[in-house]
Design a protein around this ligand. Structure first.
Ligand SMILES: Cc1cc2nc3c(=O)[nH]c(=O)nc-3n(C[C@H](O)[C@H](O)[C@H](O)COP(=O)(O)OP(=O)(O)OC[C@H]3O[C@@H](n4cnc5c(N)ncnc54)[C@H](O)[C@@H]3O)c2cc1C
Ligand SMILES: *[C@@H]1O[C@H](CO)[C@@H](O)[C@H](O)[C@H]1NC(C)=O
Ligand SMILES: *[C@@H]1O[C@H](CO)[C@@H](O)[C@H](O)[C@H]1NC(C)=O
Ligand SMILES: *[C@@H]1O[C@H](CO)[C@@H](O)[C@H](O)[C@H]1NC(C)=O
Ligand SMILES: *[C@@H]1O[C@H](CO)[C@@H](O)[C@H](O)[C@H]1NC(C)=O
Length: 637
């Protein structure tokens, strides 16, 4: 039987990305009766006032809500657009594509046409449910590298606690780590060092009980490339090739997410959630103090059912990178010209809101089919070998173990540009560094935005030269067709802007501006070359690697660049940066305390505050930021 062309998750990603999704029809309200006493049955149960209102019960939102309410004293209300759902479409981990193959809990709408990608449009996607994107994601758990977090603090000062050292306690607090079983670790050479992890969180990071033997060979083959490191643990903050865990409970082998770690089973009167309601805007008193929020039922198309609720201490926004800027702009915080065009009264002229959008471009490089890989079993056996599949299903049913405990993968390389492109990285960095910082930003970028990009440009040029920053990510499957490549540190910057003709009830305009900076195209060209090198010039060459994409006809740099423009997707669903934690004069939206500039008692705690992407997928970092945010907010209570 023919091998599957793409891995399960990648297949789901590519099929989604090829299509422009449309905003799903409003779902009928479900009854929250009997689910959990913290879940309100409707707005009639909402009190007049709470200490804290959290907007969005996603990854960061529920983490913060749990921590702020754990003293049993401070009252917290979370308002979440999506529903509570613990059915198997959410909890099943096998393949890691659950949330993508069933779109019930996704928003999905078309991006602006991407000029850098031949004007293609792709679907903007994220989770809409109690648990947010942690309920639909691919379950890979990895944090970025020391450089990534030190770079954030350096935008403020050398003393900033937004640094690797400052975040490490929160990386540990965020996850309850379970090491791999000894047999699997021994057989596959899985290394780990539990000292980089904690064991107190209700959110679990664990290893599947089984993994594909081909991974060992694929990892070892990286040793044939000069400069590739093999760190002891994914959590140590160093680029290289390593194993990492899955966000799953090891006992039940089901998805672990913010909802089951920070909501389910918590018995607390001062913690409430209103699901299936959308926050439209933050309300302010005459001193520009956030005093509450206005919200409507999920399916509302106008203001007719609007209600409001007051916050005594703080309004905390955690609606995710795509919707947090929409809510801020809709509340009068954003670029004055945009707000005026939408007829919204300006509370603070803060042009950084919605600027600085970044995501990991996906699908560049090359892919290869290993036609003579002498290991068994391989991932494709789950599709093509009925007796293997049945045995796997039986094993899972009986003991929650075996191949169906693998989500979307547990091993990958995270490699510096200097390692994948040793002869060109310096010239790429120099050309990038000498650009006029305004040259590739939107033409109307305000001065603070340009100043902020100039600072980022310096930092990103240093990152291109550093062996402590990873640019290239290839996630490994253990056989079949390999080549899911993610670009970890793009330098193009996009925008999220509310729709001036319908600011509150229509999705915002999302323009990733992917590959708008020519440096990103140069890096993508190197990705093609390096991927070919890995499959044909290391011991991988022994396994009949046949190039599937882009194919032998693509040879020159120009052809590789054209291939990237025609094939790269702007998103791996890891958007960050639209409410960036940066100094205000550098286009920042929040300060180091995550407070929004220019108003009082309003903070942002989700992935949108990251000033630039970590060299990793974003859930681990988002959970760590939320844990730190809770401590910052408590300290000013
Ligand atoms: C398909 C997919 C696969 C991914 N795979 C991985 C992976 O394997 N590994 C990894 O590390 N990361 C992965 N990620 C990324 C990671 O899950 C996210 O970066 C992270 O969960 C974002 O957390 P957040 O708190 O910023 O936003 P979210 O968790 O998305 O939470 C935002 C919440 O706000 C709600 N909301 C939005 N607007 C409103 C409003 N107006 N009123 C009320 N509520 C509102 C939403 O419904 C949502 O629940 C993936 C993401 C997706 C979507
Ligand atoms: C959610 O479903 C999982 C898997 O079926 C189960 O183990 C867990 O107890 C459920 N949680 C709740 C709160 O019902
Ligand atoms: C998708 O998920 C929803 C909600 O969990 C569920 O009701 C539905 O049956 C699922 N659809 C499929 C095809 O699995
Ligand atoms: C993309 O669209 C823009 C604006 O309409 C146009 O100027 C440009 O030529 C188009 N590019 C391609 C490659 O089609
Ligand atoms: C199918 O799986 C079974 C059970 O794991 C194995 O014994 C057999 O060799 C496999 N068949 C093929 C053709 O790979």
């Amino acid at each position: 039987m023919a091998r599957q062309r793409y891995p399960t998750l990648l297949g789901a990603l590519l099929s989604l990305l090829g299509v422009s999704g449309v905003h799903g029809a409003p779902k009928p309200r479900q009854s929250n009766e009997g689910i959990d006493p913290k879940l309100l049955s409707g707005p009639e149960d909402v009190a007049e006032e709470y200490d804290y209102i959290v907007v969005g019960g996603g990854t960061a939102g529920l983490t913060v809500a749990d921590r702020l309410s754990e003293d049993g004293d401070h009252t917290v209300l979370v308002i979440e657009l999506g529903a509570y759902d613990n059915s198997s479409s959410v909890t099943t981990i096998a393949g890691g594509a659950g949330g993508l193959s069933n779109r019930t809990h996704l928003f999905s709408f078309p991006s602006s046409p991407q000029e850098g990608l031949n004007n293609r449009t792709t679907a903007v996607i994220g989770g809409v449910m109690l648990g947010g994107s942690s309920g639909v994601n691919g379950l890979q758990v990895h944090r970025g590298h020391k450089d990534d977090y030190n770079r954030w603090g350096a935008f403020f000062s050398d003393e900033s606690e937004w640094s690797w050292d400052g975040l490490l306690p929160y990386f540990k607090k965020a996850w309850n780590f379970h090491p791999p079983n000894e047999d699997t670790a021994e057989a596959l050479g899985i290394k780990y060092d539990a000292s980089y992890w904690g064991d107190t969180s209700g959110v679990h990071a664990s290893f599947p009980t089984f993994n594909w033997p081909g991974l060992k060979i694929e990892i070892e083959a990286f040793g044939d490339i000069e400069g590739v490191e093999l760190p002891e643990d994914s959590g140590e903050g160093s680029p290289g090739v390593y194993w990492y865990p899955t966000s799953a409970d090891p006992v039940t082998a089901t998805r672990s997410m913010s909802r089951n770690g920070h909501f389910d089973g918590i018995d607390r009167d001062n913690y409430k959630v209103l699901s299936e309601h959308r926050v439209l805007r933050v309300l302010f008193d005459e001193e520009d103090m956030a005093s509450g929020v206005a919200y409507v039922p999920r399916g509302a198309v106008d203001d007719s059912e609007v209600r409001s609720v007051k916050a005594r201490k703080e309004v905390i926004i955690a609606a995710g990178t795509i919707h947090t800027p929409q809510i801020l702009q809709g509340s009068g915080i954003g670029a004055a010209d945009l707000l005026e065009a939408a007829g919204i009264e300006v509370v603070v002229d803060l042009p950084g809101v919605g600027w600085n959008l970044q995501d990991h471009p996906l699908g560049g490089g090359a892919s290869f089919e290993l036609t003579d890989f002498p290991v068994s079993p391989q991932p494709s056996d789950l599709q093509s070998n009925a007796s293997f599949r049945e045995a796997a299903q039986q094993e899972f049913k009986e003991s929650r173990s075996g191949p169906l405990t693998i989500a979307s993968g547990n091993a990958a390389c995270f490699l510096p540009l200097a390692v994948i492109a040793p002869s060109t990285f310096e010239s790429i960095a120099s050309r990038y560094e000498s650009q006029d910082p305004a040259a590739y930003l939107p033409a109307d970028s305000p001065p603070t935005i340009v100043a902020g990009y100039a600072a980022q440009q310096k930092a990103m040029a240093a990152a291109m030269r550093s062996r402590g920053t990873a640019h290239y990510n290839l996630f490994l499957r253990g056989g079949g067709t390999e080549g899911a490549i993610v670009y970890l540190h793009p330098v193009s910057r996009g925008t999220v802007r509310l729709d001036p003709s319908d600011p509150y009830f229509s999705e915002p305009e999302v323009d990733y501006r992917a590959l708008s900076n020519p440096a990103d195209l140069e890096v993508e060209v190197e990705f093609v070359k390096f991927t070919r090198r890995y499959f044909t010039e290391t011991r991988m060459a022994d396994y009949g690697a046949v190039e599937a994409r882009p194919g032998g006809a693509v040879r020159t740099d120009e052809e590789m660049a054209a291939y990237a423009r025609a094939n790269v997707s702007p998103s791996t669903f890891h958007p960050v940066g639209t409410a960036a934690m940066l100094p205000r004069e550098l286009g920042g939206v929040v300060d180091e305390g995550l407070r929004v500039y220019g108003v009082k008692r309003l903070s942002v705690v989700d992935a949108s505050v990251m000033p630039d992407l970590p060299g990793a997928y974003t859930q681990h970092t988002t959970f760590a930021i939320a844990e730190k945010a809770a401590d910052l907010i408590k300290a000013r209570a």
